[in-house]
Design a protein around this ligand. Structure first.
Ligand SMILES: NC(=O)c1ccc[n+]([C@@H]2O[C@H](COP(=O)([O-])OP(=O)(O)OC[C@H]3O[C@@H](n4cnc5c(N)ncnc54)[C@H](OP(=O)(O)O)[C@@H]3O)[C@@H](O)[C@H]2O)c1
Length: 223
């Protein structure tokens, strides 16, 4: 596997390197320290990411039709960038405060029929924006199919760790992109996966480097 220098790639080159082979396609993008911390001292991924990670993060945003994020990440990271439709995944079905005044149509809620906040979220986002896909948890394979049916064939999930665990457990991840920042951060930090026990083989398809930061593109399928 050839190590590709990120600094020698234009944005157009990055878009070509990360093009999706087919749709529907779900990729997950995560960042980690070398010793596996998924959050920095501030308890957020923003505490460990860097400029190289941001370049690929931006490329993946450009290439996707919609961003899928766990409600825990939306709450912790205060999501506000709605340049692409944002799909929240939540059992409780509650829209985080900072997204309550989002432009109509820009936020979707994927939730379940038992969700405590279902009526309130339907009133806030509109019935069409609320996807009820299961009784007590979201069926993530059905979510992928439903979003493809709405024209969102290329999906980017930005985590977090519990959602990634559930996506892997339900076999719906096609690609995992991981940035390793050249830092060690001991202490009590989440890893990039959490929740159900999974054991998923990966195939490396791209490895970029930028001043000690490694950015890998892995696939779970035979692509
Ligand atoms: N290093 C990285 O790349 C990275 C990326 C993203 C986030 N993070 C960090 O991770 C932390 C958040 O971790 P987290 O694991 O709690 O985040 P998360 O996976 O985004 O959120 C967990 C929540 O998502 C919902 N959820 C997940 N799977 C579901 C399913 N199958 N059905 C229904 N709802 C489901 C539930 O929401 P409800 O509780 O609303 O029911 C659950 O509590 C933050 O500190 C954040 O900064 C790191």
């Amino acid at each position: 596997m050839e190590l590709v220098k990120l600094s020698e790639q234009s944005d157009a080159d990055l878009d070509a390197l990360y093009a999706v082979p087919s749709t529907p396609w779900l990729r997950v993008n995560m960042v980690s320290t070398v010793d596996g911390a998924a959050t920095g001292p501030d308890g957020k991924s923003g505490g460990i990411n860097n400029a190289a990670d941001k370049r690929v993060f931006d490329a993946l945003r450009r290439l996707c039709d919609a961003v899928v994020v766990g409600a825990g990440t939306a709450r912790a990271e205060g999501y506000r960038d709605l340049s692409k439709p944002l799909v929240l995944v939540s059992r409780r079905g509650e829209v985080p405060p900072r997204l309550r005044d989002a432009t109509p149509g820009s936020v979707f809620m994927a939730t379940c029929s038992a969700a405590e906040h279902l009526d309130e979220t339907r009133a806030l986002l509109g019935d069409d924006q609320v996807l009820v896909l299961g009784e007590d948890h979201v069926d993530l394979a059905q979510l992928k199919r439903t979003l493809a049916g709405r024209g969102f064939g290329s999906l980017l999930s930005e985590g977090g760790p519990h959602l990634l665990g559930h996506l892997l457990d339900q076999g719906v991840v096609d690609e995992l992109d991981v940035t390793w920042v050249p830092r060690l951060l001991s202490g009590d930090h989440s890893r990039i996966t959490d929740g159900p026990a999974v054991d998923v083989p990966l195939r490396l398809s791209l490895l970029l480097e930028d001043e000690g930061t490694l950015l890998a593109r892995w696939t779970t399928s035979a692509e």
